[in-house]
Design a protein around this ligand. Sequence first.
Ligand code: FAD
Ligand code: SIN
Length: 525
Amino acid sequence: MTRKFDFLVIGSGIAGISFALKAAKYGKVALLSKTVLEESNTSYAQGGIASVMYDPDNFEKHIEDTLIAGDGHCDVAAVKKVVYEAPTQINELLNWGVDFDKDENGQFNLHREGGHSENRILHHKDNTGFEIQQSLVRQVKSHPEIEVFENYFAIEILTQHHLGEVVTHHSPDIECYGAYVLNQQSNNIHTFLAKVTLLATGGIGTVYSTTTNPGIATGDGIAMVHRARGIIKDMEFVQFHPTGLYHPGERPTYLISEAIRGYGAVLRTKDGKEFMQKYDERGSLASRDIVARAIDNEMKLHGHDYVYLDVTHKNPKETKEHFPNIYKKCLQLDIDITKDYIPVSPIQHYLCGGVAVDLNGKTSIRRLYAAGECSCTGLHGANRLASNSLIEAIVYADATVKDAVSQLHNIQFNEFVPDWNDEGTRLPEEMVLITQSFREVEQIMSTYVGIVRSNLRLQRAMSRLEILYRETEDLFEKSVVSREICELRNVISVAYLIIKHALRRKESRGLHYTVDYPKRMRNEL
Ligand code: FAD
Ligand code: SIN
């Protein structure tokens, strides 16, 4: 069955929904979510959203902090764009009903996080993302021009390749006509034709065995663009959050927000000693790459599985008020954060790289845009500054709508796209194999492609991954398409890209640290 829309939006987090709400003024929108609208990385965001609001903060300081965190690898134009446009997009969120905490004078209560020189994080308690997601979903549900497709899984973006043409790598002529999409209830595969397609498919956390990301984060958009021969950038820069709650077996790992360090919490070894000053004069509030590596080093030095985060010296009433969800979650594990230290360890959290886009969110494939975590705008460089990703997603979704709308009148639907050819047969042992292969990818990535890397580890990861790649492609050829087999393929592609880009970088920079090239080679700015 073929459906036609002016705009096809793949993903219902902050990037996808904010795009959909704005694009709907100009045409019909299909909004896809592979589970339900509410399940996204956006919903899990805790700390908040960065924007310059009041004196003594200013744009120059936010730009400078972002560039320092990015370790000489940021695109300055992207940084300026996000920082300058942030306040306008915060207003859009307020207009959509998002409720950010205010103080007794009616001013926004601004938190501070690692790497920020000022308080500039707007937040809703310690569950800002949930508040944003709920507000956006409410807007979408009442919108007449947006058709929502929940439990619809995008399998592939449509390009000339599906018309039987040979498409060469990174060719500027590749065009996107929409996507093949699996309806997970009927198991039918639909052709969604669109004048413009937006990828807003989010993160890649499930590539690692421990992550703060929910199970939807399988890097589908990045893998689809890679298969379509589009340009992917900066995949070696995988961000590990310093303070995931140490609670083995829980998936996703519960995050202990960086805002709690901004509020005054300090890191300690298991025997209670502060250690961050040894690594950086900013102490526990240094940027994430530095804090995560320091913790990793301390854990290895002492043979421990975690370190402690200590907030016991702060006013208990205030702590509970600012961080009610963290307080409640820890209490369920018999940790009263007003009295007890919190066991934490670094955990996969975010991907700085992704589908390469320009300042208008355009990818290397015509009629295809990307926004949010699946994209690489250059804002984060080699390491993302805390709370800069929600704001990046909404700023770029806005730019993308503007560009797409200006092109819309020149674009026709491509009516020649054939239906998906699904001739496979479901193999009885398929599910067991898929689950097992998934575990193997996570193991490979966590063991060999973590915070500290080396040529040998990366090569070992690549040779093991190659076996899984061949087995999975073979299984995919023979199987009826399912979300599980597609996600496995995607996760393998993402893992491959991370390893390949990591092997290519002959230096240590930001989040990419390798013992073979421990120094930063050149300044890229
Ligand atoms: P997401 O919100 O992840 O949405 C992805 C969407 O794509 C989902 O709807 C999913 O169903 C859909 N999708 C994916 N693949 C397919 C497919 N094949 N077919 C159909 N649909 C598909 N950032 C901050 O700035 N501040 C914070 O405080 C903060 N805290 C965080 C805390 C946690 C625990 C986590 C996990 C992240 C946090 N981040 C934070 C990062 C931030 O939340 C994400 O980078 C951001 O929300 C990504 O938004 P997105 O719209 O790009 O993708
Ligand atoms: C956090 O609350 O620590 C997460 C902030 C972020 O990832 O930007």
